[in-house]
Design a protein around this ligand. Structure first.
Ligand code: GDP
Ligand code: IMO
Ligand code: MG
Length: 423
């Protein structure tokens, strides 16, 4: 059996949580492969809204196995909050959730370093979620990190103190007072470590490969999106992990030849939260309308998301990098009521030339060239059959499919699990 991968094709928040939850009944195992509590994956079902940060979005199906892979970074405090929330809803995640020994730990000082670095950057800040993601991955690649498997070792506290000392020396370079925050966070952190210990801490690379060899189906769940990838995103305004499909190989320990379907998920328009270039961003009333109708506020930080039209240049780039085999389009319902809908087909570099090449650096003078589409006004959130969708929406979908040469197999028309149309 091969492993299927679901990942975001834009700047995150494409609706990965919802769709993983919808697809979970068809899989035995759901595994997160990168990112950490910078992610906010929302699920809605039975009049309930849940947001997951570290835990895979298959967790609400109690008979399914959920794995936090080695590529993920974990803040025990946020993990404990998530577990408490799940328990309050009657779940027992200790039964069906396990964690890779090789996943790295976010220390309280990683969070503080993230905040200090962002403050020092001023106007050029990344707009990080302040969860300590960047500093934690820096320690991972710098070979200084602490891993989940270290928790049970006798020298864990020494290792912690050693790394904390290094961080404190780094913090002395910043004008940032942190002592009170550190004392508070540190106590919570060590308390939460005790909870982490109660979970199955495993060599997840062995388990996942065993599952695949035994014909069990596995779905890998990505976080963030391709345009936030550390190598291919709009650097430096990116996250610190590989969000592309290759990240599933390194983040779970599966060979490239074992990748099966690659589900690429995108919104029918575009959003971005945090700093960095966004060619199709709309600063006008249409942008505000998209934010209002799409309830575009960050699931992790609550920040308003920047909104704009769909960007086909970027979408094609993402599809290429990931080898997407099936597309999933979400939030089609949000476009209902717009008289004109636009898709960016190229960028105008200057008065003479346009490009369909996603550039090394997106310059502020780059102007999107749009193709216009007629909108529709019917409410589509109750529609279950693709054929009964408004003709204008089907034309919009046909156009995208023709351009990107990958079929759109799922159209999501609302946040609830049930509002999902399969083709
Ligand atoms: P993720 O990070 O990719 O899991 O996405 P988020 O959960 O951060 O953001 C997606 C938001 O859109 C959440 O509030 C979802 O409940 C919501 N959502 C997902 N799919 C749809 C859809 O088809 N229509 C509408 N209106 N909302 C959706
Ligand atoms: P999900 O999984 C949207 C953005 C932050 C910031 C940049 C770097 O919910 O789609 P970081 O905290 O990773 O150092 O922040 O990346 N970002 C996200 N934006 N969705 C996410 O995750 C994101 N995770 C990080 O806003 O611009
Ligand atoms: Mg999100």
């Amino acid at each position: 059996m091969k492993i299927d991968v679901l990942l975001g094709l834009q700047w995150g928040d494409e609706g990965k949580g919802k769709v993983v939850d919808v697809l979970t009944p068809g899989y035995n195992v759901i595994a997160r492969f990168q990112g950490g509590p910078n992610a906010g994956h929302s699920l809605e079902f039975e009049n309930r809204k849940q947001i997951l940060h570290t835990i895979p979005s298959g967790i609400f199906h109690s008979e399914k196995i959920n794995i936090i892979g080695n590529g993920v970074v974990i803040d025990p405090v946020i993990f404990e909050e998530e577990i408490k929330d799940l328990k309050n809803h009657g779940l027992n995640p200790q039964k069906n959730l396990s964690i890779s020994k090789r996943a790295h730990l976010i220390l309280p000082t990683h969070r503080i370093l993230d905040a200090a670095s962002e403050k020092a950057k001023g106007k050029t800040k990344i707009g990080s979620t302040l969860k300590g993601i960047g500093p934690t991955y820096m320690d991972k690649t710098g070979r200084n990190g602490l891993r989940i498997g270290d928790i049970s070792q006798s020298d864990f506290n020494n290792k912690y103190d050693f790394l904390k000392k290094k961080h404190i020396s780094l913090l002395s370079q910043y004008d940032y007072s942190y002592k009170e925050e550190l004392n508070k966070l540190e106590k919570l952190w060590f308390d939460s470590i005790e909870l982490v210990k109660q979970f199955q801490i495993i060599d997840s690379e062995y388990l996942i490969n065993q599952y695949l060899n035994n014909n069990k189906s596995v779905l890998a769940e990505g976080a963030q999106g391709t345009l936030l990838d550390i190598d291919f995103g709009s650097y430096p305004y990116v996250t610190s992990s590989n969000t592309v499909c290759a990240g599933a190989c390194t983040g779970l320990g599966v060979p490239p030849g074992k990748i099966g379907e690659v589900y690429g998920i995108f919104k029918a328009y575009c959003t971005r939260v945090g700093s960095g270039p966004f060619p199709t961003e709309l600063d006008d009333q249409t942008g505000k309308d998209l934010r209002k109708k799409g309830k575009e506020f960050g699931a992790t930080t609550g920040r308003p998301r920047r909104c704009g039209w769909l960007d086909l240049v970027a979408l094609k780039y993402s599809i290429m990098l990931n080898g997407v085999t099936q597309l999933i389009m979400t939030k089609a319902d949000v476009l209902t009521g717009f008289e004109i809908i636009k898709i960016c087909t190229s960028y105008k570099e200057n008065t003479e030339t346009t490009t369909t090449h996603f550039p090394f650096q997106i310059e502020s003078g780059m102007i999107p060239v749009y193709k216009k589409f007629k909108g529709w006004s019917e409410n589509i959130s109750q529609i279950e059959n693709y054929d009964t969708l408004p003709g204008e929406l089907k034309q919009y979908i046909d156009y995208i499919e023709n351009e990107v040469k990958v079929p759109i197999k799922i159209v999501s028309v609302g946040p609830d699990r049930k509002t999902t149309i399969f083709r």
